[in-house]
Design a protein. Structure first.
Ligand SMILES: *[C@@H]1O[C@H](CO)[C@@H](O)[C@H](O)[C@H]1NC(C)=O
Ligand SMILES: *[C@@H]1O[C@H](CO)[C@@H](O)[C@H](O)[C@H]1NC(C)=O
Length: 333
């Protein structure tokens, strides 16, 4: 009797101290840590390993289902592998959706009478889009999105593609209601650039991935805008028209699902995606289709190693999937 009890408690004790890892994954875990420059204390290592394994198994399961034709996109393990969904949200998603505020600002978008829109558009091929950037541990996605839209419109007007300062918007748009690395809103950023009479170049005011004091220098100005336009909410046809006729457009999306974090390629369609709970600012740079799957081409700010060379194809004309047309806007130059 005692013998059995003793064994049972011993097992429990062991289980609490060392989570039941899949030992077959040991070398893969060490490899992953080395690849991404991660090292942890023993306690944290177990917790991180547990999260990583869970993510890895989820990714493998998804990709098996993909092979069986159940999904239109594939996943891949990446640098976010040891982060839980909650932790990830805190660090990476800094888009503060505020519909009521949005509709009071900017001019109303008027749909033109263009009946025939091109079947596909990719502004990258026309020189409108700067390389994919990496936000790091700073929730300033909104600034990357706003800067990308201004870069595109500035190119349209001047024929010059100038990398503009993400950090300028992080540091200087507090009065407009933004919160730097703790989140913000593209329209607030446009409002600042308009009122300020310029945004500096990236070269002159480089990204440091943290909140610092506003250091705008007029002599470093790289672009100006005269206002901004809100696209009618939840209207993918209006968004399509804007993308086709204007250029890259700033949008808010729901990126909170693990499938987004580990996206690799294909057309992203996530049944759990919300079209109203937006948490991430990104840039639509075009649209197209693979077979019958229509997509938006979306530039993210998680580096080129994430997704499809830093981009994601998101389902288009699927009932405003992930809210891509819920809060779309662009600057006027
Ligand atoms: C949203 O905008 C409204 C109107 O400008 C403002 O009163 C409210 O505080 C804002 N909410 C957030 C969360 O920023
Ligand atoms: C933007 O406007 C300001 C104020 O008129 C001007 O000083 C600046 O040179 C402009 N920037 C560019 C890039 O044209």
């Amino acid at each position: 009797m005692n013998f059995y009890l003793c064994l049972a408690s011993l097992c429990l004790g062991l289980a609490a101290a060392i989570p039941p890892f899949d030992r077959a994954l040991d070398s893969q875990w060490h490899q992953w840590k080395a690849q991404h420059g991660k090292s942890y204390e023993a306690n944290e290592d177990s917790l991180r390993r547990a999260t990583w394994e869970k993510n890895l198994k989820m990714i493998e399961r998804h990709n098996q289902e993909y092979s069986a034709g159940k999904h239109s996109f594939q996943l891949r393990m990446n640098k976010f592998g040891d982060m839980s969904t909650e932790e990830f949200k805190q660090v990476m998603n800094g888009y503060k959706s505020n519909g009521s505020q949005r509709r009071t600002k900017g001019s109303l978008y008027r749909e033109s009478l263009l009946a025939q829109l091109p079947e596909s558009v990719d502004w990258r091929e026309k020189g409108y889009v700067t390389p994919v950037k990496e936000q790091g541990d700073c929730g300033a996605c909104w600034s990357f999105s706003a800067v990308g839209a201004i870069e595109g419109q500035w190119f349209r007007k001047t024929g010059k593609l100038v990398s503009l300062s993400i950090q300028n918007l992080i540091d200087c748009t507090i009065p407009e209601g933004n919160n730097g690395c703790d989140g913000g809103f593209m329209d607030n950023a446009f409002q600042y650039v308009q009122d300020n009479g310029g945004i500096d170049t990236e070269e002159c005011y480089p990204y440091v991935a943290q909140d610092t004091e506003c250091k705008y220098k007029p002599e470093c100005s790289g672009a100006n805008i005269t206002g901004f336009v809100d696209i009618p909410s939840m209207d993918e046809r209006a968004l399509m028209e804007a993308v086709a006729t204007v250029g890259p457009i700033s949008v808010g999306i729901d990126s909170a699902n693990p499938s987004f974090k580990f996206y690799q390629s294909g057309v992203y369609y996530e049944p759990d995606c919300s079209s109203s709970q937006l948490d991430h600012g990104v840039l639509v740079v075009g649209y197209g289709s693979i077979g019958k799957d229509e997509y938006w081409i979306v530039k993210n700010s998680w580096g080129e190693a994430w997704g499809d060379n830093g981009y994601i194809l998101m389902a288009k004309d699927k009932d405003n999937h992930c809210g891509i047309a819920t809060e779309a806007s662009y600057p006027k130059v």
